[in-house]
Each structure stands twice: as structure tokens, then as C-alpha cells.
Design a protein around this ligand. Structure first.
Ligand SMILES: [Zn+2]
Length: 356
């Protein structure tokens, strides 16, 4: 499973897919799913589905969002420099000095993010955080006319980067949030296709999570279409095991210490307990995260679908979220898939999620 998961990771993590422009990443996800799923399809806003066991009970949705944060060109000046708006939430500090790939109708255009050199920044301004409006993309165009020939308003861009393995376990990539969740959904489905299950299980690579309000543009439409009885949302959670974070404020979540099971209002209480029991029963390391209000994940959109869906959230601990090098442990990825598959295997048509 290990090498298989890593192969899937490399092709998926590096495929571009900013919110609203997920088609290439979604196609890569469906290609992986077709190997073992009974059926795959997609909907008009780009969410992708992979199904096993049609007609089984309960119907289970495993959702991971396929979109990533990006940038969108909104102005091209007469000198040929591009100005951008954010697709999802960026810390502009991490954009300074990056190389980008702009996805145009005629293929990719590469560029660099420009900013005044340090020597030219007023001494008093050097302490201040840079804003997006102080940055631009330089594609090497001679003037505005040439830039507009190559790039159009509304084209989106991603940081130019490749997946990086750090040691045996850790992987860094720009799209970890939440491409890693989409692959855990797929890996869970693959495990269930091998072991069998009484449930109908549909893995869904949802779109537009990073810009949805409240979370989950694609999760909203795809969960309405599926009408699941049960849903597990797989996303990333802030690992707090690096310098400058305080557990008193942010809780304690560690990379490599197992998937994170959320507990709180969005999460069905019975489902939470069943996830923890599955982890304990199967000896899978896990961590619990408090989620008192909305979760900031697709779960917020899914649990209120129709008359309510029993929803849980399983997250992969992640350092440096929304940066070009978001770090996760492959051990957590594998444990998350094992946990979700184990949870689904224990379900049958009599399983009730009514809270007691
Ligand atoms: Zn995010």
C-alpha cells in the first residue's frame, strides 16, 4: 500500500487545481479511481465521484476537497506586469520571491513574483508585513500588449513547485490542503473494495472548498446529489508541534501521531464514538481535536444537507498550511485510510446514528 499511495500522491499533489479550476487535478483523481471503483463520474461544478457497492446500506460519502488555493490575474498594466487577487486565503509573505505557473487557454505561462529589493525598501517599512497589492507577477513581457496576448484577465496561477520527500515519512507539497484528503478518500475506498462492505461507498473529490461559504461549494451540491446517510470529511488540521505555537491556545496535535478525529457540534456524536472505538479496536494511533462551532471544512456544508447527514471529520496533521511547503506524514495518511475503512466495514443497514 505504501508505494502505491506515494505514486498516487505524486501525480495528484503536483496537478494544478485552484478553486473553480480543478479539472486537471480532478481528472488525475478519477483516473486513479477507475482502477478499482465500480463507477466514476463528475457533476457540472466539477466534483468527482467514485462508487463501490451500489444499492448497499448505509450510503456513505467520503469527501476530500480537490481544490487548492491559488491566485487570479485581475489587472495587466502597460508595462506588462500582472496584478492578482487571491483564490483562497494567502499569507502574502510566503508569496514573495516565488515562481508561478499561470494556467492560460493556450497552456502554462511561467512568471516570478516581484517586489522591491530590500535595499529599496524604506528602513521603517522593512518591519511591516507585505500586502498582496505591493506584489506583481513578471512574465518577462516587453509591454502590456504582449502580456495581454499571453495571459487573460481571470487566468489563475499556482506556485511552481514539486512534491518533496523529507526522509522516509514526510512529504511537502503546495496542494496538501486538501489534495491529501482527496487521496485518503480514494485509498479508503480502495481498501473497502478489497475487503468488502455492506455499505454503498462513494468517495467524492469536492470542489471550491477554499472559497466556499460556509465551507464547501462542491460539497454542497455533491452531498445533495448523493443524499448520503453517513459522511466522513477528510481534511487537514494544524499540527502544533513546531516553534512559536502554544498548546494552551492551539491544542496539541503532532505530525506522525495519527489521524485527528474532530469532536463538536458539526460532528455526529455516535459517529465520533464509533471512529474512536474503531481506532482503539484496530490499534490505530489517533488524536482528538475540539471543534466547538463550525469546522471550516466541507463538513459544515454536508451535515445540514436535506434533513441532516451523520457527519464526521478525520484530519491529517499538517505543518505550514496554505504555504508552498505544507508538510504531512505518510504514516498519518495510511492510518487515516485504515481508520475510515475500518469504520465503514462495521456499518450495516441497522446502524443508527441517533444521539443518545
Ligand atoms: Zn485550506
Amino acid at each position: 500500500m505504501k508505494s502505491r499511495t506515494r505514486e498516487s500522491l505524486a501525480s495528484l499533489l503536483d496537478a494544478p487545481g485552484p478553486s473553480g479550476f480543478e479539472t486537471r487535478a480532478a481528472a488525475a483523481w478519477r483516473a486513479l479511481a477507475e482502477v478499482f471503483a465500480d463507477r466514476t463520474w463528475s457533476d457540472i461544478y466539477g466534483s468527482s465521484f467514485a462508487q463501490i457497492g451500489a444499492g448497499g446500506r448505509p450510503r456513505v460519502m467520503l469527501a476530500g476537497h480537490i481544490d487548492e488555493i491559488g491566485l487570479m490575474v485581475h489587472h495587466i498594466d502597460e508595462q506588462g506586469f500582472l496584478y492578482v487577487r487571491e483564490v483562497g486565503g494567502w499569507d502574502p509573505q510566503v508569496l514573495v520571491g516565488q515562481r508561478v505557473e499561470i494556467l492560460t487557454a493556450d497552456g502554462s505561462v511561467v512568471g516570478v513574483i516581484g517586489r522591491r529589493a530590500v535595499h529599496l525598501i524604506e528602513r521603517s517599512d522593512r518591519e511591516k508585513a507585505v500586502k498582496l497589492k505591493d506584489l506583481w507577477i513578471d512574465i518577462g513581457a516587453a509591454n502590456g500588449e504582449e502580456a495581454r496576448r499571453r495571459v487573460a484577465i481571470g487566468d489563475v496561477a499556482i506556485i511552481r513547485s514539486e512534491t518533496l520527500e523529507l526522509g522516509d515519512e514526510l512529504v511537502a507539497a503546495r496542494s496538501v490542503d486538501d489534495r491529501i484528503g482527496a487521496i485518503v478518500a480514494l485509498e479508503s475506498l480502495r481498501l473497502l473494495s478489497e475487503s468488502g462492505t455492506e455499505a454503498e461507498v462513494v468517495a467524492v473529490a469536492t470542489t471550491q472548498e477554499e472559497i466556499g461559504y460556509p465551507s464547501g461549494g462542491g460539497a454542497r451540491t455533491s452531498s445533495f446529489e448523493l443524499a448520503p446517510d453517513v459522511a466522513i470529511v477528510i481534511d487537514v488540521a494544524h499540527a502544533t508541534d513546531h516553534p512559536t505555537l502554544d498548546a494552551k491556545e492551539h491544542g496539541e496535535i503532532k505530525l506522525g501521531h495519527g489521524p485527528v478525529i474532530a469532536r463538536g457540534a458539526v460532528v455526529n456524536q455516535v459517529l465520533f464514538r464509533r471512529l474512536v472505538e474503531t481506532a482503539e479496536h484496530e490499534g490505530i494511533p489517533h488524536q482528538v481535536q475540539a471543534s466547538p462551532a463550525s469546522s471550516g471544512t466541507d463538513a459544515d456544508a454536508i451535515f445540514t444537507t436535506r434533513s441532516g447527514v451523520a457527519t464526521g471529520i478525520v484530519s491529517i496533521p499538517n505543518r505550514y498550511m496554505h504555504s508552498p511547503n505544507q508538510l504531512v506524514s505518510m504514516r498519518d495518511v495510511e492510518h487515516a485510510a485504515a481508520l475510515i475503512a475500518g469504520f465503514v466495514r462495521a456499518l450495516d443497514e441497522r446502524t443508527s446514528f441517533l444521539p443518545l
